[in-house]
Design a protein around this ligand. Sequence first.
Ligand code: NAI
Ligand code: ENO
Length: 367
Amino acid sequence: MDNRKILVAGIGLIGGSLAKAIKINPEHTVLGYDLNEQSLDYGLKNGIIDEAYTDFKHAAQNADIIILAAPITETIELLEMLDSITFERKVIVTDTASVKNTVIETAEKLINQQIVFIGGHPMAGSHKRGIEAAKSHLFENAIYVLTPTKRSTEKDVHTLKEVLTPTKSKFIVLKPEEHDEMTGVVSHFPHLIASSLVHQAKKWQETHAFLPKLAAGGFRDITRIASSNPELWQDIFYHNRRKMSVLLQEWIEEMMHLKSLVDYNEKQEMINYLKTAKTYRDGIPTKDGGAIPAFYDLYVDIRDQPGALASVFKILADYEISVKNIEILEIREGITGVLRLSFYTEEAQKKGKKYLEQNGYETMIQN
Ligand SMILES: NC(=O)C1=CN([C@@H]2O[C@H](COP(=O)(O)OP(=O)(O)OC[C@H]3O[C@@H](n4cnc5c(N)ncnc54)[C@H](O)[C@@H]3O)[C@@H](O)[C@H]2O)C=CC1
Ligand SMILES: O=C(O)C(=O)Cc1ccc(O)cc1
């Protein structure tokens, strides 16, 4: 592979994570551009980028490949700025935006023949933002959608995939329209519903001050994504507004149907409704092949007593098993609770299970 200069414009959570992954290949030089100079300093100090730029045009002219990883509206602005830059050679430009139609519409209108645009969307993330949260393994096993444009050849797509190979993600090619419809259903719309459920609970707390204490695992699970970056999600809803509006209308009608099942106690119809949902939900792949990033979860029963968590982590540390995330589900005073440990790999999950069980813990892997 050639030595390439790759510019990441917008080195936040996603741009920083891509920069970290790309730098795993020592042949590549990563240039960083961001409006936030503190992020550039952080990137340089922590070896996430090799060179920092505060002038986008200057940075772009030094790059072979450009990854736009700013918020969607700003990504479109950066793309428009590229159109007036004179490049000495062809430059492959991609983005990371969660919605593709508005970005691709802009890309197709570019007149600069040196720019070859291929849309991109690494389908993994977190509720955090900024370069400090960037991880080189963020996209491991996740779907990475590519949306080629009229000017991009198969060779260009191959070159881009080659540069992104260290992300260890799984590339799929989609049309912008089908991408936005699917992500609208399984990623964007659920965020709207999660936020609305939180609003409903907040409103009812005015009547029942004790309500948050009753918020058990189910409520926490379904509203986890309501803790994500609000500016990012407003930008996503705006750019995918046509699909969001259709989905909202469908949802309102579905809720009216459910209301009639409840109001008229349509017992069998309600059971059927829940059964159909359960069967479909149980069949959604969570590991290889799913768009949802692979989380290798292990559920561990723990007692609510001092040192319970410390002893679990001591066992994992003794066997050098890294944990990606932890969550305490439904722990109540004096009784057993459940700890959800998420591991980076299936191997770590299996090892964690084995060693915790050897030390007397009850564990479960949910498939
Ligand atoms: N957060 C997530 O879970 C995911 C986000 N995405 C997409 O990735 C993109 C970036 O999102 P995050 O990294 O989460 O946001 P972030 O807020 O962590 O990072 C955005 C970065 O862009 C910089 N920025 C803002 N305007 C800029 C401009 N005009 N020029 C240069 N830099 C600018 C900010 O200073 C910040 O460093 C968005 O388009 C989003 O739709 C894609 C997959 C997952
Ligand atoms: O699953 C989700 O919806 C997430 O929370 C992670 C995420 C957020 C934004 C994306 O564009 C892709 C993935």
